[in-house]
Design a protein around this ligand. Structure first.
Ligand code: NAP
Length: 247
């Protein structure tokens, strides 16, 4: 038992669920935050059985930024020891739908970037005050290179990656680690039924890699690791070639 209480943002995500189960087994406390309270109440019971020191459920909508100050205060109140943060939420639609409906582009950025910055900026002072702890956020390989088939979601993640770099430098001065986890393809609702997926990882493998990296104080990781060389190649493709590829 570490004395840590993790707020899991977007707790109904498959990767977030796997992460919550991991930390529950360590005997940590968990605050499940998301939009589907009924679903999270069921998960909360499961985590209690697995050994979580405490389990709470809080309503959280990334788009409702006005509610984030109170939400951050509630997190602080429910974490008797150190607060840890696991940010998992994001919104992704097919690029063709986003190209046809610009409001979907705004919704993608609103949840995955604006919403993320809003809630992390409210939680950051609490992390500074406690002088230690871990923040983990799920970025994506999609944020490393703009692609015709996923560029609005990719831009959201690229913005998040840059934001986390700055936040890392800010919180480092207070002993808090900030770990950006960039998964490749993961078998979750987000990718369900999508064609052209390869090297698909399990949510549990990504959650395990994320926790291990955070506890080691790693800044950024790809999950699974083999996306490191793959992304090195993809990042090296010249733009004049990239714009012609059907990816
Ligand atoms: N699956 C992949 O291949 C893959 C690859 C790279 C990165 N990732 C990242 O991994 C993270 C977890 O995704 P996942 O794959 O586990 O997919 P998922 O199961 O579809 O999870 C997405 C989560 O985001 C939540 N969410 C969406 N809009 C929200 C909002 N406005 N407020 C609060 N929560 C909101 C959803 O909540 P509801 O249940 O309420 O809709 C859901 O819990 C995401 O950040 C995603 O970008 C996934």
């Amino acid at each position: 038992m570490s004395g840590e209480t993790w707020v899991v943002l977007g707790a109904s995500s498959a990767i977030a669920r796997a992460f919550a189960r991991l930390v529950a087994r360590r005997g940590d406390g968990v605050i499940l935050a998301g939009r589907d309270r009924e679903d999270l109440d069921i998960l909360a019971k499961d985590l209690a059985l697995r050994g979580a020191a405490s389990v709470h459920v809080l309503g959280f909508d990334a788009l409702d930024t006005a509610s984030h100050p109170d939400f951050a205060r509630d997190c602080r109140r429910l974490a008797p020891g150190r607060l840890g943060v696991f940010l998992a939420f994001a919104y992704m639609e097919e690029q063709a739908s986003v190209d046809a409906e610009p409001d979907l582009a705004l919704a993608t950025i609103g949840a995955g970037f604006t919403g993320a910055v809003s809630v992390l900026h409210r939680l950051a002072p609490h992390l500074e005050d406690q002088e230690g702890g871990h923040l983990i956020a799920l970025g994506s390989v999609a944020g490393d290179r703009g692609r015709r088939k996923n560029y609005v979601y990719g831009a959201t993640k690229a913005g998040l990656h840059a934001y986390l770099q700055g936040l890392r430098a800010r919180l480092h001065r207070h002993g808090v680690t900030v770990t950006t986890v960039k998964p490749g393809f993961v078998d979750t609702a987000m990718t369900f039924g999508r064609p052209e997926l390869f090297l698909v990882a399990s949510p549990r493998a990504v959650a395990e890699a994320a926790l291990k990296a955070a506890l080691k104080g790693r800044d950024e990781i790809y999950a699974p690791w083999f996306w490191t060389p793959i992304m090195a190649v993809i990042k090296a493709i010249p733009e004049r070639v990239m714009k012609r590829l059907d990816i």
